[in-house]
Design a protein around this ligand. Structure first.
Ligand code: AMP
Length: 245
């Protein structure tokens, strides 16, 4: 399928955003930034963590297979996760671009994604080359991550992410600003599991920075500041600059 350019509702510009990958440790703000970028560019956010949690809620076979690993803070098998992403990418809303949040998380998943994007052929330019993913790595220090993860609260209805300890607080404690639902703490956001997730990140996901850096696709953005809007602007500009690839 060749690409057509569309008028972006937010910017009035014509663009095919293409694939965007948000990398970074748990708690770096991938979910928050992905939600904001989704709104701005009008492309879907694909969060493998959210899809897995939805499977667990619905009690599907896939959810049952993933539940124990997720609760221990371990990574779910590549085969399950890549299959899930392949299914999601078949949806028509992905043809002009999408933001992957939490995927890939291993070099094997990144290699799979590269092969899969070639097969999909959504992002071929007029010259017949493939628009490569824009890969943004959000960097945040370890102690900041711990604080953010223990304070993270999520709306079970709309998925909006808040934080009890940062400027991302809800207007009323523990209540979603948008729909009034009581906010929840994720099961894997307890200290013991958080440490396991951060260790898995260092062992299995951090090598991805090298994978993408070698291919000249990595853009690092400091995600540590309290000014979430400034981080969003930096992410947005990086994506817009990548638009001419
Ligand atoms: P997240 O919401 O991105 O923090 O993911 C929560 C949990 O889902 C992780 O700790 C893993 O157990 C699982 N998970 C999410 N994405 C992946 C992935 N790409 N590969 C393997 N496991 C994943």
């Amino acid at each position: 399928m060749g690409t057509e350019t569309v008028q972006n509702a937010a910017t009035g510009k014509s663009l095919v955003v293409g694939p965007v990958v948000l990398l970074g440790p748990p708690g770096a703000g991938k979910g928050t930034q992905a939600q904001r970028i989704t709104d701005y560019f009008g492309i879907p956010q694909i969060s493998t963590g959210d899809i897995l949690r939805d499977h667990i809620r619905r009690g599907t076979e896939l959810g049952l297979a993933a539940k124990a690993q997720m609760e221990r803070g371990e990574l779910v098998g590549d085969q399950i996760v890549c299959g899930m992403v392949a299914d999601r990418l078949k949806q028509p809303d992905c043809t002009l671009g999408f933001i992957l949040d939490g995927f890939p998380r291993t070099v094997k998943q990144a290699q799979w994604l590269d092969r899969h994007l070639v097969q999909l052929r959504y992002f071929e330019t007029e010259k017949g080359c493939l628009k490569q993913p824009i890969v943004i790595q959000l960097t945040v220090e370890y102690n900041d991550l711990l604080r953010r993860l223990t304070g993270r609260r999520t709306c079970p209805t709309c998925g909006r992410i808040y934080n009890a300890y940062t400027s991302q607080k809800p207007l009323v404690d523990n209540v979603c600003d948008v729909d009034g639902s009581a906010l929840v703490t994720r099961k894997d956001d307890c200290e013991e599991v958080i440490k396991e997730r951060l260790k898995n990140y260092e062992d299995q996901t951090l090598p991805l920075a090298g994978y993408y850096s070698l291919r000249k696709r990595l853009i690092e953005i400091d995600g540590s500041g309290a000014d979430v809007d400034a981080i969003t602007s930096a992410v947005r500009e990086a994506i817009e600059r990548g638009d001419c690839l």
